[in-house]
Design a protein around this ligand. Sequence first.
Ligand code: ATP
Length: 224
Amino acid sequence: MPDNTGLAAHGIFGGTFDPVHLGHLRLAEEAAESLGLECVRWIPAGQPALRESPRASAEQRLEMVRLAIAGNPRFALDTAEAESAQPSYTVPTLERLRRPEHYGMRRPLVLLVGADAFTNMVAWHRWESLFDLAHVAVAHRPGFPVDVAGLPPPLAAVCRERHCASPAALKEAPAGRVFTFAMTPLAVSSTQIRQLLCHGLSPRYLLPEAVIAYIQNTSFYTPS
Ligand code: ATP
C-alpha cells in the first residue's frame, strides 16, 4: 500500500439524486463529521447502470445537487459522470479519481453508501475491485438493516474480512476497509418525493426549498 501519511480522507458520494433530498444531505454531513472527512465529493450519475432511466435529465439532477449543496464548504460537485454519454459505473469512476491528475493512489477515499445500495453491491460491475480503490462506509437507512448474516455470501465474506470498528482505521490506508455508521434515521427517498409530486402533493421539508423551487419551474416529475 502507498504511504498516505498526512493526507486527509475524502468522501465519494454517488447517486441518481432524482431528486436529491434531506436523507442524502444528512448522510453526507454526518459522514463528514463522524468519519472526519475533509471533503465530500458528490457525483450524480449520468445514465445509472442498474436502474431505469431517471425522470429528470442528468443536467437537471446536476443542477438540483448544485442548489442543494451550495454554501457547504465541505461539499464539492463532480459533474463528469452526469456530463458523460456513457453509463455510470462505480469502479471505473473510482479508477478515474485515482489517476495522478486527480487524487492519485495515496489519499484515503471513502465511498459513502446507504445500507440498501451496499446490499446490492454484488451486482455492480467489477465490484470486488472496489476495495483496491476506496474504503466503503455504509450508512444505516430505515427499512434496510445492516446485518452481515443477511448479505449475499460473497459480500458477507468481504465484510467479515474488511470490517473495521473505528473510523480512525479509514485514515490508516487509502482503501480496503468497510465501516458502518448510524445517521439520523430519515425514511425519505427520491421515489417517495416523485410520487408526492406526481399526485400534486407537497414535498416540503423533505428536500431543500431551493430544489423545490427549481422543480416547480419544470414539469419533469408531473404526469405528462
Ligand atoms: P430512489 O428512491 O429513486 O431509489 P434514493 O432515495 O434511494 O432513490 P439514490 O440517489 O438512489 O436515492 O441514493 C444515493 C445514495 O444515498 C445511495 O447510497 C442510497 O442508499 C443513499 N440514501 C438515499 N436516501 C437515504 C436515506 N434516507 N438514508 C440513508 N441513505 C440514503
